[in-house]
Design a protein around this ligand. Structure first.
Ligand SMILES: CC(C)(COP(=O)(O)OP(=O)(O)OC[C@H]1O[C@@H](n2cnc3c(N)ncnc32)[C@H](O)[C@@H]1OP(=O)(O)O)[C@@H](O)C(=O)NCCC(=O)NCCS
Length: 95
């Protein structure tokens, strides 16, 4: 399980995180071939960049939470202040 993906800005767009994710995919594929009951990989990207990345790796977007579902404890609507992290999606890659 990868809990958080982060690549230092100077090293982005060189395929670093895609390589890490592909290695995980290959390891899980081997387990499936040996009979392990694993359906696939789940990803919950929050950034535009990582969502694009998971799409490129073959993940399917299952659900994207509309901003309207986020509420603060005082009942007010939550709004992302970072346009690079506008919302959260649930994505799936079958093994
Ligand atoms: C998201 C992140 C981990 C990607 O790491 P990376 O090593 O640069 O990704 P890769 O080089 O493997 O990119 C693979 C593909 O993902 C997509 N991608 C990556 N960064 C992108 C960006 N900023 N905008 C659009 N697409 C992007 C592209 O399709 C890219 O392929 P290409 O370079 O051939 O076009 C990195 O940008 C990062 O650390 N961002 C800040 C933290 C973050 O957003 N983490 C994820 C939170 S859920």
């Amino acid at each position: 399980m990868t809990s958080m993906l982060y690549v230092l800005p100077d090293y982005r767009r060189f395929g670093v995180s895609s390589m890490m994710l592909s290695l995980q995919y290959e390891k899980l594929r081997e387990l499936v071939k040996k009979g392990e009951n694993v359906d696939g990989m789940i990803s919950i990207p929050t950034s535009n960049a990582s969502k694009q990345q998971f799409l490129k790796l073959g993940y399917t977007e299952i659900y994207t939470a509309p901003p309207s579902i986020y509420k603060l404890t005082n009942g007010q609507q939550w709004q992302s202040v970072d346009p690079e992290h506008p919302t959260v999606s649930l994505m799936f890659l079958k093994l």
